[in-house]
Ligand binder design. Structure first.
Ligand SMILES: [Zn+2]
Length: 302
């Protein structure tokens, strides 16, 4: 395993994926993010120190911190969109949702005819998911999924950028896919969120945009995910702008912030989808990215 330098305050640290020296790009709530000019990865310079704390957080605290959003069903539209996209490329078969939470996506998939499996580190979430879709929900991480199992489809919805060594997780996904299987990924677009923060600070010297951006262990860019998936043997790969959640993560913030987030979401989604179409899919710069990637022939080119 390649490790970055441990000194998070250093101006330059090694990219954890390709080891290229990566300068400090911006700070966000006392966290130092660096950008690799070689592979495009934007990463928290302290990531290696966060491994256990991140897993512990998702085991013990995530459910309570986000229970209302998890239980409210406000992401149903996102889940149905992901299923429609999956089913353009694959008939319903076996499906594993990694980081399945309370199982609402699995429930939607089950109703569409998929045989569903889930894995999540939170015991509370897993109990909810089992009540919804049955016992095929494992309490643990991706690496607890038995390596001899195979799935026709694997989904990670707003999960990958929170996984330490995300590229190694992609290797495990590739191994778990049945021949001609496909994966669906959704995550915040690192290019968009980092640019918003940097532009707001440079032009207006303000941190008011902070509630509108998302940073976890990594800020994954379209260029980075394309390289990771290609390196791990996925093909074909389709990367595009994803429809937005409209601010469901901001329920603890005021009505003004939530309303502004929804308005910004609507405008940005429309603009960036338009730009993506005009550039024939070459410019994917919206707030959220989705990816369909196949394992060999049989996955119709998206
Ligand atoms: Zn790199």
């Amino acid at each position: 395993m390649r490790l970055p330098a441990r000194d998070a305050c250093a101006e330059v640290v090694s990219c954890p994926y390709c080891t290229t020296s990566s300068p400090l790009y911006f700070s966000f709530h006392s966290r130092m993010f660096h950008r690799c000019h070689s592979c495009g990865l934007i990463f928290d310079g302290q990531w290696s120190e966060k491994d256990e704390s991140y897993i512990t957080y998702y085991q013990n605290s995530y459910f309570d911190d986000h229970a209302r959003a998890q239980l409210s069903g406000q992401r149903t539209a996102i889940y149905r969109h992901a299923l429609r996209l999956l089913q353009r490329h694959k008939k319903p078969g076996s499906l594993l949702d990694v980081g399945c939470g309370c199982g609402f996506f699995l429930q939607e998939a089950q109703e569409c005819g998929w045989q569903v499996f889930g894995v999540d580190p939170s015991e509370k979430s897993v109990a909810q998911a089992r009540a919804l879709v049955g016992e095929n929900v494992l309490c643990g991480t991706l690496h607890d999924v038995p390596s001899d199992q195979r799935f026709d489809a694997i989904t990670l919805i707003n999960v990958l950028d929170d996984m330490v060594n995300a590229w190694i997780q992609l290797e495990k996904l590739h191994d778990l896919l049945a021949p001609e299987g496909i994966i669906y990924l959704r995550f915040p677009n690192g290019s968009f969120h980092s640019s918003v923060v940097r532009m707001a600070r440079m032009l207006f010297r303000t941190q008011l945009m902070n509630p509108f951006v998302v940073f976890h262990v990594y800020a994954i860019t379209p260029r980075t995910i394309g390289r990771w998936l290609g390196d791990k043997g996925f093909s074909p790969i389709r990367i595009s702008n994803a429809p937005l959640t409209g601010g469901t993560e901001l329920q603890d913030q005021g009505a003004v912030v939530r309303g502004a987030r929804r308005a910004v979401s609507l405008v940005t989604e429309t603009v960036f989808k338009g730009v993506e179409r005009l550039t024939c899919g070459r410019w994917v710069w919206g707030p959220s990215v989705e990816v369909i990637a196949g394992k060999g022939r049989g996955c119709h080119r998206p």
